[in-house]
Ligand binder design. Structure first.
Ligand code: DGJ
Length: 729
């Protein structure tokens, strides 16, 4: 049984394969967080000691216990305004003006059979998935909190969310509702967060949680953002890729989010993650409730690589739609960097023919095929093919592409509207704009108020119309600006705090309807590259364009950062032309191929411009990709440690009988060091044969002693080594 309940002690122990998550309601009904970490079968509340710390008040019923304070106890879902002065999980404004919430334990219910939350993405689970719902009550405020925990034993994952219900008689304004709050009593901690900007997403930074301080990682851009991914890792100071305790917190949400990490005066570290409270206010009438997005929690005592693999498994197995779980993805050619807005059918057919000759399998027609769009100033919202520009209909074009032997994909940016569009002329109030204020413009576009049903219906009808009009097997779903002026013309003034979350719910609802109506059409997520690379989008889009920076050397870092939380099979990655369009750097085609292969592989260039030798290299890359595809996309991924001039990563098959190592030189020196890499994840007992040299070595030697190479010379060289378990017979 993975959930143990000791009724008398009100002790709840939630076990996965290697972890224990534990909480306990104490004698006053406060739900204490007692443990999240390695498995034990002990009541871990013995670690909680109390002493009068001064200036820490006591709950009324404990007024004679000066040592007992909400300000110092580790809590499961923290209170507000009643004596815990640390960040709260929930903030409210009650009808009488009170802003206090004081949770007390009120009961539990065992759950079996997980379904995703209505209207939002969530882990899929099945009829056997077990969970528990704990009910907390704030009797004076008439509020109840239902904390839900689902256990994914094999992946060492616990999924948390909360539902806040108004059981009173007046209106409640919910100002903050975190998905998760976890207290870690005792022990210095560090945090890894993933910051960045456009074309430089998910750069890991590791920082110590300051004594008595508070760190906040956030997005208030209406999107999960390039700047701060909704995923953080908390770890012990001595934790490395290979060893040590680490805890992941991943919010399954694509909108505004906030992750708070703070250390209090007693050394307790609190992590809170959820929808960003700034700008958020949800009105709850009596009997109404608000459900938070799910948060995916995982713990590993074996370092960061092991934690990442827990996330890779859970995303592959429980987030991505079953239809796409183990599906082979087509090697595609995307028209964007090949033609930008400058194309017609003839040019696209030439592109398709040359791509087909090299072994590519799908042509994705990017931005510019609709309305009157020849640059980025017009037509978003007018999802009607520009036949005058193409010189034929979309149906005719796709038929010809299929005749050539390629499948076909098409770009959309559904949530946007150009002021210069028929849609805007007809429905200016469908865009988010403040009353009496000129809106912020970005890329000459505004954002649609996706919370409105009529907007969702319009998009469903027009996108469905396009998808039915021609043979389209793939959609690239873009999102190219942050949301400002988040004011809905459809909501009353006192409900404007709901607009940003309603936007996200509207987008999810549209994605839900489209994926149901067109289950065979694969949607690739995109937001100016990886501005919405999160578990929420992955629920609908099995892969996401990782970054608008297609420079292979930059991509190594971006994909490595992304790999902390997300599996390789979700990272859209293409070989692009050189000099690269973003950095103007020239990187060998071989290196570009190896880097793009460590994602969902494709091309973003004009094959007609390649030399004959380059064409042969591309053909070989595509053959190699197909050879290693299941190993790369379905294997266990490891970030490897190297000398500072090199970077390396590898994939190992689940049976540990094959592995693919990639090593790139970021800097080549005249008299440099030999690349030298200690492998991971192999079977120490097995003997492996190295394909390039024929050498045979045990897994133990490869992992302890490592693999060595001749020094690589030239600009940004990269090499790949395939290892196969070798059987004497
Ligand atoms: C941003 C995307 O990331 C690019 O790949 C491309 O689709 C452009 N938008 C098109 O506008």
């Amino acid at each position: 049984m993975s959930i143990r309940i000791e009724e008398k002690e009100k002790l709840f122990s939630l076990e996965t394969a290697h972890t224990l998550y534990q909480m306990k309601a104490d004698e006053t009904g406060v739900l204490l967080h007692t443990w999240y970490g390695a498995k034990t079968d002990t009541d871990m509340s013995y670690r909680i000691r109390t002493v009068n710390r001064g200036f820490c008040g006591n709950p009324y019923e404990m007024q004679n216990r000066f040592d007992y304070s909400l300000d110092t106890l580790p809590q499961e879902y923290s209170t507000d305004g009643v004596g815990d002065f640390r960040p709260s999980a929930v903030q409210v404004s009650l009808e009488n003006g009170s802003r206090s919430v004081d949770w007390r334990y009120a009961g539990y219910r065992l759950l079996k059979g997980k379904e995703k939350p209505e209207g939002m993405p969530g882990l899929r689970g099945n009829a056997e998935t077990e969970g528990i719902e704990i009910r907390l009550e704030d009797s004076a405020g008439g509020l109840q909190a239902f904390l839900t925990y689902w256990l994914f034993e094999a992946q060492d994952v616990i999924v948390r969310s909360a539902r806040i219900e108004n059981r009173g008689t007046g209106t409640v304004r919910l100002k903050k509702a975190a998905s998760v709050c976890v207290d870690f009593p005792y022990g210095k901690k560090e945090v890894i967060h993933f910051h960045g900007r456009h074309a430089m997403e998910r750069m890991p930074e590791r920082i110590a949680v300051p004594r008595g301080g508070r760190l906040a990682f956030e997005s208030r851009r209406g999107m999960s953002s390039h700047q701060s991914n909704p995923f953080i890792i908390l770890c012990d100071p001595d934790t490395t890729e290979r060893q040590g305790n680490c805890w992941g917190f991943m919010l399954m949400y694509s909108g505004n989010h906030l992750e708070e990490v703070c250390e209090d005066q007693t050394g307790n570290v609190r992590v809170i993650s959820g929808i960003h409270p700034e700008g958020f206010e949800w009105q709850l009438e009596p009997q109404e409730s608000f459900r938070t997005p799910e948060a995916i929690l995982s713990f590993s005592a074996e370092g960061m690589n092991a934690l990442s693999r827990n996330y890779h498994r859970i995303i592959r197995e429980e987030v991505i739609a079953p239809r796409w779980r183990n599906a082979k993805k087509p090697v595609l050619i995307n028209s964007w960097e090949a033609t930008y807005f400058d194309f017609n059918a003839e040019k696209l057919l030439r592109l398709a023919r040359s791509a087909k000759e090299l072994g590519m399998e799908m042509l994705v027609l990017d931005d510019g095929w609709f309305g009157r769009r020849d640059d980025d100033t017009t037509s978003l919202g007018d999802w009607v093919c520009n036949e005058a520009k193409l010189g034929c209909s979309l149906k005719e074009l796709t038929e010809k592409i299929h005749e050539i032997g390629l499948r076909f994909g098409l770009w959309f940016e559904p949530e946007m509207i150009s002021p210069e569009s028929d849609l805007y002329r007809k429905h200016p109030d469908w865009a988010f704009t403040d009353p009496d204020r000129l809106p912020m413009i970005a890329r000459r576009q505004l954002v649609l108020d996706m919370g409105r049903k009529e907007v969702q219906d319009y998009l469903f009808e027009t996108i469905s119309g396009v998808l039915k009009s021609a043979r389209i097997e793939y959609v690239k779903w873009d999102f190219n600006r942050s949301i400002a002026n988040c004011w809905s013309h459809a909501l009353p003034e006192d409900r404007q705090g709901e607009a940003a979350h309603r936007f996200m719910l509207g987008t999810y609802s549209l994605l839900e309807r489209l994926t149901e109506a067109f289950p065979e059409v694969m949607i690739e997520g995109c937001s100016g590259g990886g501005g919405r690379f999160d578990a929420g989008m992955l629920y609908y889009c099995p892969q996401i364009w990782c970054s608008d920076d297609t420079d292979a050397i930059e991509r190594i870092e971006i994909q490595r950062g992304t790999s902390y939380g997300y599996p390789v099979c979700t990272m859209g990655s293409h070989v692009s032309a050189c000099p690269n369009h973003q950095t103007f750097r020239t990187v060998p085609l071989e290196t570009r191929g190896i880097v793009a292969q460590s994602g969902t592989f494709g091309y973003e260039l004009n094959p007609e411009k390649l030399t004959d030798a380059e064409k042969e290299t591309v053909k070989a890359q595509i053959r190699d990709f197909h050879r290693f595809e299941s190993l790369i996309e379905g294997g266990d991924y490891y970030r490897l440690e190297t000398e500072e001039d090199y970077t390396a990563w590898m994939s190992v098959s689940p049976e540990k009988d094959e592995a693919l190592l990639s090593v790139a030189a970021i800097r080549v020196r005249a008299n440099g060091l030999f690349p030298f890499v200690k492998l991971q994840g192999l079977d120490p007992e097995k003997t492996y044969c190295r394909e390039d040299t024929g050498e045979k070595m045990t897994g133990a030697a490869l992992m302890c002693g490592g693999v060595s190479f001749q020094q690589m010379m030239g600009d940004f060289p990269c090499t790949q080594v395939y290892l196969r378990a070798w059987n004497n017979e």
